[in-house]
Design a protein around this ligand. Structure first.
Ligand code: ZN
Length: 238
């Protein structure tokens, strides 16, 4: 979705998305993607008559390579500061010690790191739950662990939209991310309850065919109802 009125731009590639948020002559990026994304972001900046230096910050929902893959390159091009939760440090470095339950995630990431010549970004700022970030009229960090321990969303009070990262996916139907890609699933229920209590009118997630915030919010409600009914079982303990 491109919504110039809000300054909200959706950059889509190979099943994942990044978002460029524009406010005046400043832009911030939520997640950085992998192949092809740098070129797409650059083209979008040009379209907006911006340069890389207009990009002030790179906000990472978590450290998986499909979100942080270009953070190093984009930080070098733009001099934008890299923001992430401290608990994502090992993921970002590619040093996270995956358990057996997450072996497919571990193998996939290792392969992608080699294939893309991954260089980890150096975080400039570690945020935590409820921190206020001075971008796009103000973004509040919402810690939503479960997919990873330091996984966070960003909530815009001004636009009443939550960027929910990988809390859920929304292709054919709203779903949890695959079990192998969730390293702390026992926190998921708490995170879903937190989003339901926040009650944003719009939600955008990173892996979705539905770039409309209202539609994705409806998808969240459908998924949350299935969780509350017990049709989807979430682990309660480690
Ligand atoms: Zn992820």
């Amino acid at each position: 979705m491109v919504n110039p009125l809000l300054g909200l731009y959706h950059i889509r590639a190979f099943g994942y998305s990044c978002y460029l948020l524009v406010d005046g002559d400043e832009a911030v990026l939520i997640d950085t993607g992998m192949w092809g994304c740098v070129r797409k972001i650059e083209a979008l900046l040009e379209l907006l008559d911006f340069e890389w230096l207009n990009l002030k910050a790179i906000l990472l929902t978590h450290g998986h390579i499909d979100h942080a893959g270009n953070a190093h390159t984009i930080a070098s091009l733009s001099e934008g500061k890299v923001y992430i939760h401290r608990l994502e440090h090992a993921h970002l470095r590619g040093e996270y010690h995956y358990s057996k339950a997450n072996r497919w995630c571990a193998r996939g990431e290792a392969l992608l790191r080699r294939f893309t010549h991954y260089t980890p970004a150096t975080p400039d700022i570690y945020f935590q739950d409820q921190d206020h970030l001075p971008f796009w009229g103000g973004l509040r960090v919402i810690h939503l662990p479960g997919h990873t321990t330091g996984h966070c969303g960003f909530y815009s009070e001004k636009h009443d939209i939550l960027f929910a990262g990988d809390l859920f996916t929304y292709f054919l139907r709203p779903s949890l991310p695959p079990r192998s890609f969730c390293t702390a699933p026992w926190f998921l229920r708490e995170s879903f309850d937190k989003v339901a209590a926040l009650d944003p009118s719009g939600i955008l997630c990173s892996h979705s065919w539905h770039p409309d915030p209202g539609q994705t919010r409806n998808g969240f409600d459908r998924l949350y109802r299935r969780i509350c009914r017990g049709s989807i079982c979430l682990p309660e303990n480690k």
